[in-house]
Design a protein around this ligand. Structure first.
Ligand SMILES: Nc1ncnc2c1ncn2[C@@H]1O[C@H](COP(=O)(O)OP(=O)(O)OP(=O)(O)O)[C@@H](O)[C@H]1O
Ligand SMILES: [Mg+2]
Length: 504
């Protein structure tokens, strides 16, 4: 008997069944994979298992006991722990304190007087590899490490069933390999792990069996090898690598603008870089994190900014987009010195930045989020049309609150909002985070198209191999400095060395 057995699980939102008669087994001592396109119902299933979401029909059995009507708290005490797709850490606490709080809580409810939460926290810090950032505030951790912090917190409850919702997104290739080792050691101790992850390589590598979900139903279940060869799975989720050619390019630049034209746009002679950072340093408080960055973003080019977690990539984007002022050095947009210009002023001249995994207003509907883009002087009709042409999933959800969209659907909305406003320069942070492989493939095809139409694009991406396929130039950053720059082919050799792990 599997530790967790779900039978006929059905969850409706309005008239729409997000999960529709799902059977799912999660066995002890192994990793069970749960994959599927964005909006397939994966996170909703997690919510149902943990009791955050009521089910309309079906049963959930844990260790032979019916838990369908149990409270979330009770289920946690029975040994179910999870991580969240949209990170949930206590930002103002340190990494260690985040884990310690969970260990203290467990000691109390388990009435385990022999437990030593301090000791537990230390063991877990080492186990998840966060010793070096134990005293850092959780809200200063790069996404990948914050996810490990969340995992550490889940482990402090000593779960029998661990539900992981995209734990590896934001991890570099090398960190992902280390994470796979951690999963193996957890299941070797008997823990049952249910893993939702768009990094299919990881899922196939660590899972004993894989369930593929599509439109709320189980499309396939089997060993990784079986699932990988399943034609329906290839069509719905994995693709065969030729999707880019199949999809007609969406020409974002050929837009019919609304009546009111936006304010001045940047016009640059071809030889001048669209965006340039010269000897830029930046600091958080007293700690300098960028130490003299030189970076040029040519017109109509895609530049990939690569490097391990904590290298300073996101900070570089924040400085370039006016969210953080540089401590010294110069920033030029279209040949003009723009240090100190506020983010919104830069937006008005055509610079658009999408922050890592964020950027939608959760309490507005999809359509209202798109209305926000009309303030830049575009009319809603064409914006909606182009958004739904590229992301058809969003069209039937136009009246849904953005905060209730699936993780990937939110990312699509953030991307759409940026792409449809006809930017001259786009700064993309971890664009692939949370998106299904087919969508990532299509999105990078779109990025290449957008660049060809004259937009300059700077991309931060943990999956070096994806972005190098479309980049014209690549820059590698380590510890706040640029250590290599050139054509992708030139820097590829250096990439497989220390910084990004062997399979970058
Ligand atoms: N409260 C809600 N109201 C309406 N629809 C909802 C609500 N919550 C989720 N949905 C819809 O249910 C579907 C399943 O969402 P879910 O978050 O489970 O997808 P997912 O498989 O986790 O996708 P992703 O890979 O993008 O995270 C989505 O289409 C989503 O928009
Ligand atoms: Mg999800």
């Amino acid at each position: 008997m599997a530790l967790l057995e779900a039978r006929g699980l059905t969850i409706r939102f309005g008239g729409h069944a997000a999960v529709d008669g799902v059977d799912l087994d999660v066995a002890r001592g192994c990793v069970t994979g749960l994959i599927g396109p964005n909006g397939a119902g994966k996170t909703t299933i997690f919510n149902a298992i943990t009791g955050l979401q009521e089910v309309n029909r079906g049963t959930l059995m844990l260790d032979g006991r019916d838990i369908t009507q149990e409270s979330p708290r009770r289920r946690a005490r029975l040994g179910i722990a999870r991580t969240f797709q949209q990170l949930e850490v206590f930002g103002s606490l340190s990494t260690r304190e985040n884990i310690l709080v969970a260990a203290e809580i467990r000691r109390r409810w388990a009435r385990d007087l022999r437990a030593d939460p301090d000791h537990d926290a230390d063991v877990i810090l080492d186990r998840v590899g966060l010793r070096a950032v134990a005293d850092d505030r959780a809200d200063t951790l790069p996404t990948g490490l914050a996810r490990l912090c969340e995992l550490g917190r889940a482990l402090a409850a000593r779960p029998r069933l661990l539900l992981l919702d995209e734990p590896a997104s934001g991890l570099s290739d090398r960190e992902t390999a280390r994470f796979a080792e951690l999963l193996r050691s957890l299941v070797a101790e008997g823990t049952a792990v249910l893993l939702v992850e768009h990094d299919v390589g990881l899922v196939m590598d660590v899972s004993e069996s894989v369930n593929v979900l599509d439109y709320g139903t189980v499309l396939a279940v089997g060993t990784p090898a079986e699932v990988r060869q399943d034609q329906a799975v290839l069509d719905a989720y994995l693709g065969d690598g030729s999707t880019r050619a199949r999809h007609a390019p969406v020409r974002v630049r050929e837009t019919d603008r609304g009546a009111e034209q936006p304010a001045r746009r940047v016009h640059v002679p071809p030889a001048v870089p669209m965006l340039e950072l010269r000897d830029v340093t930046a600091a958080y408080g007293k700690i300098e994190v960028l130490h003299g960055i030189d970076l040029a973003l040519p017109r109509g080019a895609v530049v990939a900014l690569l490097g391990p977690n904590g290298a300073g990539k996101s900070t570089t984007l924040k400085v370039a987009s006016g969210q953080i002022a540089p401590r010294s050095g110069c920033i030029h947009l279209g040949g003009r010195h723009v240090n100190g210009a506020a983010g919104h002023a830069l937006t008005r001249v055509g610079l658009c930045a999408i922050p890592e995994g964020r950027g939608v207003f959760p309490n507005l509907t999809v359509r209202e989020n798109l209305v926000m883009a009309t303030y830049a002087g575009f009319s809603l009709g064409p914006i909606e049309e182009r958004t739904y042409a590229f992301f058809p999933r969003l069209e039937p959800r136009r009246s849904q609150l953005a905060g209730t969209l699936s993780g990937g659907e939110q990312q699509m909305l953030a991307m759409a909002r940026a792409l449809v406003t006809d930017p001259v320069a786009l700064l993309l942070d971890e664009m692939s985070m949370g998106l299904a492989p087919l969508v990532v493939d299509e999105l990078y095809g779109l990025v290449a198209d957008v660049a060809r139409s004259g937009v300059s694009i700077l991309v931060v991406e943990q999956f070096a191999h994806i972005v190098l396929g479309v980049a014209d130039f690549a820059v590698v950053m380590v510890q706040g400095r640029i250590t290599a720059a050139g054509r992708p082919t030139d820097i590829q050799a250096g990439l497989s060395s220390a910084y990004l792990g062997a399979n970058a």
